[in-house]
Design a protein around this ligand. Structure first.
Ligand code: PNW
Length: 495
């Protein structure tokens, strides 16, 4: 309300919105801006050289019914062959960094560290060297959902041995790429692949529905793997390489609505963000998560809680394993308590329903509502819950169907980034970096090529996978060179 009054009063005086918001359209000094991609979504070259099969190769080839258009990442943007051009785009945009991920089975064709693919590791060395030579900081995600299929056959993230297998793989990247890389991300979004790959749906690889338990085991082992890799870096590499390492989690936002209360917001936050980050920033899973899962498990007559317990040693080992808070953020909802529980019906461990409103504007992904105020709420909550850690926004973006005149994408970026700048400038949130998802239109997992997030277009019908600029390419170019948000082009639709 206060903010609205300020804008209204201001707009009486000034005619342009950006003048009304004053300082909040400028990025702080030393703030860095980048763009992100992930290996399976862009590389293609799924079976070149000695690359092994990964879970997404297997899933798209064997379960095409789970992919909206039946497509695969076999070729995707063909970035394996076109990385030099991609780097040129990154450079022309003026970006400070490029966040990409490494394909585990390209580097370790057998999944295990007994055999390293020379071609595979060379590809990432070439990419990293080229970025550095062009003054672009490489930020490396060690794992973005595409582990080797052989490891999945052995249980994947439900097998605790993944902790060792993952750490062996991470070691190779520290050794081979570490001399050029100052920022490593251990793992992208455990919550997403654990829930959508091992529990509730067959939407994402490996597509296993494991009795309301798979996602908890998967997150449990993932947190151990993350912490083990963090300690390895800390013990053996940090002193020489002088880099930093952390994990990335998505934290969804919330907006006011009927029955949205402080308690429902808190519970929603703990089951979403806290599940992953509380063990890292505070120690162990959040109390409410432990209590609720134990309670619902007991109602279901389990002799144990479906949420596994960490030993005291693991609690301590995991606590403190992040040099930064890696946040992916896209959208929000109105989280409320499930009223069915008043009738004794428990269908969700969280007891939270994420309400939405059909009048909200959305991207071409049905879940992606444009609610920028929710972004600010998340940033302030992280500030308060975790003692205002340095925070990297590692993904934020909007999907459409690939139009070059992407006014709605620019509008989304304008609204979300300006919300973030307010959180920084007015509310003291320690956000140090922002990342566009995504550099390129790419393979959007179970949505195939039906939902596109790129600020650069890729022609998936041409064998050359021709890249072309969208309106958002030049808009971002301008924002990056001026370090100031630019107006949305005039025939764009404002909400
Ligand atoms: C990200 N949410 O996942 C992934 O990291 C990318 O690979 C993907 O292409 C991108 O989003 C777009 O879908 C998400 O909570 C995680 O709303 C969480 C959310 C959305 C996307």
């Amino acid at each position: 309300m206060k903010e609205l009054r300020r804008i209204v009063i201001c707009c009486v005086i000034f005619t342009k919105l950006h003048e009304c918001q004053g300082a909040n359209l400028s990025f702080p000094e030393n703030f860095i801006i980048g763009a992100a991609t992930a290996s399976y979504q862009i590389e293609g070259a799924w079976n070149v050289s000695d690359k092994g099969e990964n879970v997404w190769d297997w899933f798209t080839h064997n379960k095409p019914e789970n992919i909206a258009d039946g497509s695969t990442g076999d070729v995707a943007c063909d970035s394996y062959h076109k990385y030099e051009e991609d780097v040129q785009w990154v450079k022309n945009l003026g970006l400070d960094f490029y966040r990409f991920s490494v394909s585990w089975s390209r580097v370790l064709p057998n999944g295990f560290a007994n055999e390293v693919s020379e071609d595979g590791i060379q590809y990432y060395k070439n990419l990293t060297t080229l970025l550095v030579a062009n003054g672009i900081e490489p930020i490396v995600t060690i794992y973005h959902w595409d582990h080797p299929q052989i490891l999945e056959d052995l249980g994947g993230w439900t097998n605790e041995l993944m902790v060792e297998w993952y750490t062996d793989y991470a070691r190779i990247l520290f050794e081979e790429l570490g001399p050029m890389v100052k920022t490593f991300i251990t793992i992208n979004e455990p919550k997403v692949y654990c829930e959508q790959g091992y529990n509730s749906t067959t939407k994402k690889a490996p597509g296993k529905i494991l009795e309301n338990m798979g996602h908890y085991l998967c997150v449990h082992n993932t947190l151990k793997a993350h912490a083990t890799a963090y300690h390895l870096y800390d013990d053996e590499f940090r002193a020489i390489q002088e880099g930093q390492i952390g994990i990335v989690t998505p934290c969804a936002g919330w907006v006011p609505g009927d029955n949205v209360t402080e308690e429902s917001i808190e519970r929603h936050f703990q089951f979403d963000c806290g599940w992953i980050m509380h063990p890292i920033y505070v120690g162990d899973y959040p109390e409410i998560v432990k209590t609720r899962v134990a309670y619902v498990s007991a109602l279901e007559n389990y002799p144990f809680s479906r949420l596994p317990e960490f030993s005291q040693d693991w609690i301590e080992y995991i606590n403190g394993t992040a040099d930064f808070f890696g946040l992916n953020h896209y959208t929000s909802s109105m989280p409320i308590f499930d009223t069915a529980e008043e009738l004794g019906i428990y269908t969700r461990d969280s007891g939270i329903i994420k309400n939405t409103n059909s009048s909200w504007s959305a991207g071409s992904s049905s879940w992606l509502y444009v609610l920028p105020e929710g972004f600010g709420n998340v940033l302030r909550m992280i500030r308060d819950q975790y003692n205002n850690p340095p925070l990297y926004v590692f993904e934020n973006g909007y999907s459409d169907t690939g139009e070059l005149e992407d006014y709605r994408r620019i509008n989304y970026y304008y609204e979300y980034v300006s919300e973030m700048l307010t959180a920084i400038n007015d509310d003291g949130c320690n956000v140090v970096a922002y990342t566009i998802w995504s550099l390129l239109d790419n393979f959007e997992w179970n949505a195939g090529y039906t939902e596109l997030f790129g600020i650069i277009s890729v022609d998936f019908n041409s064998s050359n996978r021709t890249r072309s600029a969208k309106l958002s390419t030049s808009w971002w170019q301008e924002v990056i060179s001026t370090r100031t948000l630019q107006d949305v082009p005039s025939n764009g639709t404002r909400r």
